[in-house]
Design a protein around this ligand. Structure first.
Ligand code: NAD
Length: 469
């Protein structure tokens, strides 16, 4: 693709990054895509200063005026949807159709949702809690927010961060993943046109340098990161510099519990789709299946056929050779475990960074492939025989992001869902998101919500105002 703009946005000015360049290559065929100059530390400081300068003006705007700006941005993303989809597809290797049908409409909807939602934020009742004094609650923006995004859904994770932060009246310094900066950079000119200078700044660079600098910056009041647990821990440490607020969306290892009264074809179809979607590079991927012993053999047989039938072009490659090596490492170690059987896939594909859709069966609770986030097209299947055992197994995990239950018995589904420690539990379905519903985790999946009014509130501070009457 020609004319890929790799410049960054500071205070409404589009400028080239002044530090070293990152070379992007195609996950599909390893071909050169672009060289992206990273921002220098001075440039990040300038972006932070601009965001601080812009904050009072942006905060002062009415909710309706801020919403107007966000609606315009949503419209622009929609207008440029084809270009953005193509760029993201080139950068990540994602199937273009998935970008066009799944991600772009969702991104547009997230901006529109938060534009409207900010006008509907409600507080608790105000009144006279001490005689002669009226109290009221305000929800005010935090200030300048540093936002750091991952590479698996680059623009969508950007939307999840930027939209609520700006809608709530904060200003932002946003850093995309060094692997996937192209879509947000392609919007730099639109941001410049639509937003007042400094409200939304975009800088590029490595996590260990630019991300760390943002997380440590003493003129940033909050840092929000979506990424791995290791990154989350580092960001937490950096944030101690000025006691920043933190918002962490980290890894996942979703359990999928299939009881013996479930609809087996529907279950199999959903695992085929959502265990391997985006090549499994998804913190909510349906990757850890627990199947009741009465239906275990049938599910394994049908799922094996289903996984073997996946066309890798429909799920795409992994983002990098490094990520493929990580996935391959997990599977190669699994091959050494005598009780594990790899019944589909299990190998790299000799093309770009593709990896075969892989199914590992007869997995046990303590196996590495059951406990650790693989972040690739690998699903495990574990046998269970009673409800308490499967609840214990599902919760025996350092993550707590997504889960699902498959049964026709709604009482059983509710009983189990009430005992799971996961931010979302889907019942007889999977991977369904609504802008109105929260997304976020327990345990090492982090804390803080994306999407929904809860996501918006996370970018505000509750204040008490009292007046003597
Ligand atoms: P990553 O942790 O490598 O990087 C995420 C971002 O953090 C990047 O922009 C990176 O540059 C930056 N970063 C890295 N080190 C940093 C540091 N020390 N200080 C500040 N910033 C730093 O993650 P990734 O590989 O891009 O994404 C995959 C991970 O993200 C997986 O673990 C996945 O589960 C998680 N994820 C979680 C969610 C969720 O909603 N919980 C959504 C998507 C991805």
């Amino acid at each position: 693709m020609e004319n890929i703009d790799t410049r960054i946005l500071i205070n409404g000015n589009i400028v080239s990054g002044e530090a070293e360049k990152t070379i992007l290559s195609s996950p599909e065929n390893n071909a050169f895509i672009a060289e992206v100059p990273c921002a220098s530390i001075d440039q990040v400081d300038a972006a932070v200063d601009a965001a601080n300068m812009a904050f009072p003006g942006w905060k002062k705007k009415s909710f309706a005026d801020r919403a107007d700006v966000l609606f315009k941005f949503a419209d622009r993303i929609e207008e440029k949807g084809d270009l953005l989809a193509k760029l993201e597809s080139i950068n990540c290797g994602k199937p273009l159709q998935r970008m066009l049908e799944d991600e772009i409409p969702a991104i547009v909807d997230h901006f529109r949702f938060f534009a409207g939602a900010s006008r509907c934020m409600s507080g608790s009742a105000s009144g006279e809690y001490l005689e002669g004094f009226t109290s009221m609650i305000r929800r005010d923006p935090v200030g300048v927010v540093g936002q750091i995004a991952p590479w698996n859904y680059p623009l969508m994770m950007g939307a999840w961060k930027i939209a609520p932060a700006l809608a709530a009246g904060n200003t932002v310094v946003f850093k995309p993943s060094e692997c996937t900066p192209l879509t947000i950079l392609a919007l730099a000119n639109d941001i410049k046109e639509i937003f007042p200078p400094g409200v939304l700044n975009v800088v590029t660079g490595k996590g260990s340098v630019i991300g760390k600098h943002i997380a440590e910056h003493d003129k940033i009041q909050m840092v929000s990161v979506t990424g791995s647990v290791g990154t989350g821990k580092q960001v937490l440490q950096s944030a101690t510099s000025n006691i920043k607020r933190t918002h962490l969306e980290l890894g996942g290892k979703a359990p999928v519990i299939a009881f013996d009264d479930c609809d087996i074809p529907d279950l199999v179809e959903n695992i085929k789709l959502w265990g391997y979607y985006n090549a499994g590079q998804d913190c909510t991927a349906a990757c850890r299946l627990y199947v009741h012993e009465n239906i275990y053999d049938e599910v394994v047989e049908k799922l094996t056929d289903a996984v073997k039938s996946i066309d890798v072009n429909d799920i795409g490659p992994l983002i990098s050779n490094e990520q493929r090596e990580i996935v391959s490492g997990f599977v190669e170690r699994a091959k050494e475990v005598p009780h594990l059987k790899i019944v589909a896939g299990g190998n790299k594909i000799d093309r770009g960074f593709f990896y075969e859709p892989t199914l590992i069966v007869d997995a046990r609770q303590d196996d590495e492939v059951v406990q650790e986030e693989i972040f690739g097209p690998v699903v495990t299947v574990t046998r269970f025989n009673d409800m308490d055992q499967v609840i214990e197994g599902a919760n025996d995990c350092k993550y707590g992001l997504a889960s699902s239950i498959w049964t026709k018995d709604i009482q059983k589904a509710h009983k189990v869902s009430s005992m799971l420690q996961y931010g979302v539990t889907w019942i007889n379905t999977y991977f369904m998101y609504a802008s109105e519903m929260p997304h976020g985790g327990f345990k090492m999946s982090g804390y803080g919500k994306d999407l929904s009014m809860y996501g918006l509130e996370d970018y505000t501070v509750v204040r008490h105002i009292m007046v003597k009457i």
